[in-house]
Design a protein around this ligand. Structure first.
Ligand code: ADP
Ligand code: MG
Length: 698
């Protein structure tokens, strides 16, 4: 159905006029001016002709078949127009008009009405509140955006989808500017009916599309998004996404560190990493990266060659590469020998400054060095930064030819501003990707290297661990709401994660006897559902050596809590063995409305939010995946062993991540959030122990 809508034989514009200050005026003007070859039907009750074409007073007067109709009329005419589309058998309707769900509850009611009408007639809707789509292969611009005034449209193989109409328009212009072409670009507005994933799936199957660039604000259906991403991957089509919302202030009230650290955007990023979706910072870069990936494919490693005719420029480029965490490749001996024939021994070979050579082969070396470096087996991608140099235009053109003749990604950074406009025009004509600023070059390289890495990672074999108890039965027994530490630990223990030996006692019971049974020294903690961060309320005393210390600690805790958490109901005390470990870590989980159960690991115990060093994945995870999460922590050396510090038990920590991920996956939406914090991690082979836990059940 979407194929028929995006590749129509006939289009109608309802609200067409000769006034290009109006939405409908611009749409019909672009349809006519770009030279769409199919049937064009302007509908306007008070005009017999629009843009030189016979107009009709109504769609019924024009008669079918009509594949697509654009509704560019005031809100009150939308519903009746849609009914009329239904009578004529229109397949798809674009509603440009705004004033729907985006303005609130009342608008949402209007929007639901539209969808109901469309469903009744078997019509699919794009929008409302959108700017339509373009299909340059049919010379069809069904949009009101002024970005379509220049002719012709950039025709090519990048599929573009944007939630925002004006961002779609900018992406089309961005594509034109860098010599990229578009298969279809669509803006989806409120996604009342057709949504982002419908378009991603279309592009995955579309023979004219080689890569996909998306701008999204939110997802309607996380699971469907994962399915669509997998379809792109199977079709060998890079899916590049810029998503806004990275800085959303955590608006939900949460008790746990996991919930505050594993917000919607970090979860989305984790999903993209696991599903090999290429993530970029902004829509322009989505177009650039999609262009580079369409031309060259993904890098098959992370070694970069960095070169420029200018020593200054290459120094800047190399600095930026390193700062972005990218790697400059070690060249093979044969590449080095070839370059050394021309490059003075004082200069390094990668990063390479190849300008200012005192040789009659200077021009040749200046142009061919790109190919020599790219051919090196240790090089996965190349960054060539242009600089103002003699014959710069001729060189840029040749670089473009060399770049396109190979399969490894080459990012040409045309930094010298307007001086190289000629070079830009040549690269556009060749269809060779380029960027204008170092920042974009680095951003694109970072994104495609990560993407290549994600593609090479094999799909993990996720298996339920052995000795995993009936966590659902435990949860049933616990009921709902905020759990106490001891209750939360019973879930952990059922999942097979080691927890402290401990006993909970009522305020009046004998704590000393319980402590003696557990064995000194002990920790003593307040038990109160109103006190979620116990030490903040002075509710934790550790290292209590004897009965006397335990009694004194109980009195102190009682006083502290009465003062710092007035009104909190003290259910009792938790007497607990003192545990030891080398490093405090957090393992947590959260139920995400979009993607489901998410598991998190982070460093720092109580400092986790300060450090922000966490890794997320959709639950459940496999052991190898959990190890990869640990390896991706900035503080991984603290676990893996650094500067004489012992290597810690990463296997035990990975196992705890796997178990908590299964706990989260099995309890599903019932387990809203879970923190095991801290978990004390011991030396390799010595395991770990959870000394605190916090959970909320629905
Ligand atoms: P909170 O509710 O404040 O997070 P915790 O139970 O995590 O309370 O205790 C605070 C800190 O005290 C922990 O981060 C840990 O460093 C230490 N601690 C708590 N219980 C134990 C224990 N059983 N053994 C060793 N240290 C402990
Ligand atoms: Mg704690």
């Amino acid at each position: 159905m979407l194929r028929a809508i995006l590749n129509p034989a006939s289009v109608a514009v309802i609200g067409a006029s000769s006034d290009t200050l109006k939405f409908g005026g611009r749409v019909i003007r672009f349809v006519v001016d770009h030279g769409f070859g199919g049937r064009i039907v302007p509908v306007n009750p008070s005009a017999t002709e629009v843009c030189g074409i016979a107009a009709y007073p109504s769609l019924s007067a024009a008669g079918g078949p009509i594949d697509v109709a654009v509704l560019a009329v005031p809100t009150r005419f939308i519903a009746p127009s849609l009914e009329e589309c239904g009578k004529v058998g229109v397949k798809g309707v674009i509603v440009i008009t705004a004033d729907y769900a985006e303005v609130g509850a009342e608008g949402k009611v209007r929007q639901d009405e539209l969808v109901a009408i469309a469903r009744r007639h078997g019509i699919r809707l794009i929008g409302p509140n959108c700017l339509g789509f373009i299909n340059p292969h049919l010379a069809l611009a069904l949009t009101s955006s002024v970005a379509l005034a220049p002719k012709p449209m950039p025709k090519g193989d990048i599929g573009i989808v944007s939630q925002s109409g004006s961002v779609m328009a900018s992406m089309i212009t961005n594509a034109r500017d860098v010599g990229a072409g578009v298969s279809v670009a669509a803006s989806i507005g409120n996604q009342a009916d057709l949504e982002l994933c419908d378009f991603i799936e279309y592009f995955a199957d579309d023979p004219l599309t080689r890569s996909i660039a998306i701008y999204a604000e939110g997802l309607l259906d996380g699971k469907r998004f994962i399915g669509a991403a997998r379809r792109c991957r199977e079709a060998g089509k890079p899916l590049v996404i810029a998503k806004s919302g990275a800085t959303e202030a955590g608006s939900r009230l949460t008790q746990s560190h996991t919930a505050s650290l594993a917000g919607a955007h970090p979860v989305f990023e984790a999903v993209c990493r696991d599903e090999a979706v290429c993530l970029v910072d902004d829509p322009e870069r989505a177009v650039m990266a999609a262009h580079v990936l369409a031309r060259f494919g993904a890098p098959d490693g992370d070694g970069l060659a960095v070169l420029s005719p200018s020593g200054g420029t290459v120094a800047v480029a190399a600095d930026r590469v390193i700062r972005a965490g990218l790697r400059i490749a070690e060249l093979s001996a044969s590449t080095a020998a070839r370059l050394r024939q021309y490059i003075p021994p004082t200069r390094p070979l990668n990063p390479l400054e190849f300008g200012g050579l005192a040789t009659d082969k200077s021009f040749e070396v200046n142009t061919e060095a790109l190919g020599w470096l790219r051919a090196d087996p240790n090089v996965a991608a190349v960054l060539l930064a242009a600089a103002s140099a003699p014959q710069v235009d001729a060189k840029i053109k040749r670089w473009g030819e060399i770049a396109l003749a190979g399969e490894k990604p080459v990012v040409l950074a045309l930094c010298p501003g307007s001086l190289v406009d000629r070079g830009r025009a040549d690269l556009r004509a060749l269809g060779c990707p380029f960027v204008n600023r170092m920042d974009d070059a680095i951003g694109v390289l970072r994104a495609i290297v990560d993407y290549g890495h994600a593609l090479r990672r094999s799909r993990p074999n996720v298996q339920r661990p052995s000795a995993f108890g009936d966590v659902k039965a435990v949860a049933d027994r616990l009921g709902g709401g905020t759990l106490t530490e001891h209750e939360a630990k019973s879930l952990l223990a059922a999942a097979g994660v080691p927890v402290t030996r401990e006993a909970q006692r009522a305020p009046t019971e004998d704590l000393a006897a319980a402590a003696a049974e557990i064995g000194f020294p002990v920790a003593l903690k307040v038990v109160s559902r109103q006190v979620s961060h116990k030490s903040d309320a002075g509710g934790v005393q550790i290292g209590l050596a004897d009965e006397h210390a335990v009694r004194a600690a109980a009195a102190t805790i009682r006083d502290n809590v009465a003062q710092r958490a007035p009104g909190a109901i003290v259910e009792g005390f938790l007497v607990q063995e003192m545990a030891r470990g080398e490093l405090e870590v957090i393992v947590g989980s959260r139920w995400d409305a979009q993607f489901g159960a998410v598991v998190m690991v982070g460093l720092g115990g109580i400092y986790v939010e300060l450090l922000g060093d966490v890794q997320l994945a959709l639950a459940p995870v496999a052991h190898a995946q959990a190890l990869a999460m640990l390896g991706a922590l900035a503080g991984w050396p603290l676990i893996g062993g650094v500067r004489g510090r012992p290597r810690l038990d990463s296997d035990a920590l990975a196992d705890a991540i796997v178990r908590l991920s299964w706990l989260a996956a099995e309890l599903g939406p019932r387990l809203l959030e879970f923190d095991a914090n801290p978990v004390l991690l011991r030396r390799a082979g010595e395991g770990l122990i959870a000394v605190d836990a916090r959970a909320t059940l629905a």
